[in-house]
Each structure stands twice: as C-alpha cells, then as structure tokens.
Design a protein around this ligand. Structure first.
Ligand code: MD3
Ligand code: FE
Length: 203
C-alpha cells in the first residue's frame, strides 16, 4: 500500500523490485541507442547527472534552455520507444496512488555516479500539471529532499532505495525537490551507480 509523504506525494517501497531484471535489460537497450550524456545548462554549466530518455518526448537542456524534444540531439533520431514494462509500471503505480489513466509520453533516465547531486528545482517544463509524475529508483541509495512551493521553504529528507517508486501530483506537483550527493556504495545490479526513471506526461 502507498505511504503518504505529503497530501499528494506517495511512496511505494520496493514496488519495482519484481520487474528489476526486465527494467534493467530495457534500460541497457535504450542506452545503446541513445547513450547517457551530460547536458549543458542554459547558464553554461555541465550537469553532473548523466541523462537519456525514452518515449515520444525527451527532456533536454542546452544553452538555449530546458524543453522536451521528440528527437535525441545526439543522434537526430527519435528517442527509443518506451518499453511496455516501463510504461505499465508507471501506470500501475499512479493508479495505486489515485491517479487513474496516467499515460506517460516521456521517461527521463538519470544516472548518478558517486558524488553526483541534483540541486533543488521544480519540474515546470511539462504542458499539463494535472498529470502526476512517477519516479523509479534503481541501484545504490539516495537521499531525496522534498521542499515546499518556494526554494526557501524547509526541506525534509527521504531515503530512496533500490526498487522504490514515488508518485506525486496535484498540490505537490510543483514542490521544490533535489537529491543530495550520492555516497560511494555498491549495488549488485548497477555497481556504484544510481539510476532514476522519471515518467511524465510532457506534451
Ligand atoms: C517532486 N529527479 O529528473 S525524482 C528530475 O531522483 C528529478 O533523479 C530526481 O527531480 C531523481 O527532475 C527526483 C523524485 C521526486 C519525488 C517526489 C517529488 C520528485 C518530486 C514530490 C514533489 C515534487
Ligand atoms: Fe525534478
């Protein structure tokens, strides 16, 4: 059963464990076609998280800004299709948390090596804020920061383990959030890395 972390933020601890092998194979197949890369921020910095995408739309960042693109700028090809096991996991997790009919059109793949962090931000590049976001954590653990509607609001810390799924929407959709620097660890599936899948209705 989902655990409520806020009014519309839910943790499904271990929900992805049953699918871990197929998810991992699917991820490797996606990354052979659209490899992980460190994107540039509009301000000219290089992101420490390495990223790729699957599905009809993919999140990209470069000197021109943040946006969703139907093609991978590295290959000029469409992003790899979203594998059915990934889409079904996101749809089922959302439904368990009260978001029926969630059909993601974008899945961002984030790779955190030891020391990688993601600073506090809001997810604001999607067209429709009424859809939830679903995230799946694989590999080494992370400490997630959940803040409020303003960057200066106090944050709480939530430990994310291999197989955990988070679902958030409605009034929590625009909360600030981030990931603290990943501590050196080993995981049998991913080695020293953390992989996060973030499913969104972007377009
Ligand atoms: C936001 N990724 O890609 S997702 C991102 O673990 C991103 O890779 C992080 O933020 C990652 O944009 C975090 C997890 C998450 C969970 C609950 C939230 C984000 C949330 C609740 C409210 C707002
Ligand atoms: Fe985010």
């Amino acid at each position: 059963a989902p655990q409520a972390l806020a009014a519309a933020t839910f943790m499904l601890a271990g929900f992805a464990l049953a699918q871990q092998d197929i998810l991992w194979r699917d991820i490797q197949a996606i990354l052979r076609r659209s490899p992980l890369r460190h994107m540039q921020t509009p301000g000219g910095f290089t992101m420490s998280v390495a990223m790729s995408n699957c599905g009809p739309l993919g999140w990209v960042s470069d000197r021109k800004g943040y946006r969703y693109s139907p093609t991978d700028p590295l290959t000029d090809q469409p992003w790899p299709a979203m594998p059915p096991a990934m889409q079904q996991l996101a749809t089922e997790a959302a439904a368990l948390c009260g978001f029926d009919g969630f059909l993601p059109d974008a899945c961002l793949i984030n790779r955190y090596a030891p020391g990688t962090r993601m600073s506090l931000h809001q997810d604001k590049n999607e067209v429709d804020y009424s859809a939830p976001i679903v995230s799946v954590s694989l590999g080494v653990s992370a400490v997630f920061q959940l803040g409020g509607m303003q960057r200066s609001d106090k944050t709480s810390r939530i430990s994310l383990q291999h197989g955990d799924v988070l679902v958030w929407g409605d009034e929590d959709r625009l909360r600030f959030h981030g990931v603290l620097p990943i501590k050196p660890q080993q995981h049998p599936l991913t080695g020293e890395d953390r992989i996060n899948l973030t499913f969104r209705k972007a377009g």
